[in-house]
Design a protein around this ligand. Sequence first.
Ligand code: BTN
Length: 270
Amino acid sequence: MNAPSVAAVLAAGCPEAPPPQWLDTCRSTNEIALARLAAGAPHGTLVGAGEQTAGRGRHGRPWHSPAGLGLYASLVVRGTAPLETPTLLVAAAGLGVAEGAERASGTPCRVKWPNDVWCDESKLAGILVETRGFDPARPAFVVGFGVNVNHGRTDFPPDVAARATSLALRTGRRHELQAVLAAILQALLPRIGRAMRADRAAAALLERDYRARSLVLGRRVSLTVGGERVVGVVEDVSPSAGLALRTDSSAGVVRIRAEHVSEVRLEPTR
Ligand code: BTN
């Protein structure tokens, strides 16, 4: 049986969404989706592109987006109830992208708190959730995701090459971008829908599934928090409460929230 198309998956998961928009090239799909959000676009509005000329990542970093190699897409997300914290949405998005990329390729994918999807020790995908002034009672965001699909070793910029991977590098074969996007949406739409409904049972499920797929839980990491480096072992990771880190210092176990962290590095165990 043929895999379902992106349009079919979107129509099934978000009946109120317009047909997906696919561009050959653009500056940033998040930029376009934010403009559509501001213009009142409904939940599930999807913008994807074959190339981005000004793709952006977290903390103002660029997201290198060469033509035809990666998946660059942004989804308008609207909720009907106040969201406890946007980190729930970020976690739901990361989990959905990891599950979908794994399903499409067969390569195991884990969530690297707070915003990444990694395969073993290398980054496969990043999530960028953005918004512009909205009514807190009716939360609205753009969820952007960039997935390295058909990149070879030399297709990454030198500063990220050492810790980046792609589905092609992991599996030894090329992958069809639209098929990967359809698989990701199949996992992502229900995860995001549940996060935006903000009910307790859905939040508990997210906490459990996120921990089960976490790369950093039980690992030694170093974090950059407000410009300072903190090193320790991750005792817990939670979409709502952040990391519980047993630090090397006399501080003992500290809670660290995603909003304050600009970098998370895996460290060798001692
Ligand atoms: C990160 O790891 O820092 C997040 C990267 C997010 C990149 C995606 S690609 C599609 C969407 N459009 C953008 O400009 N950024 C996101």
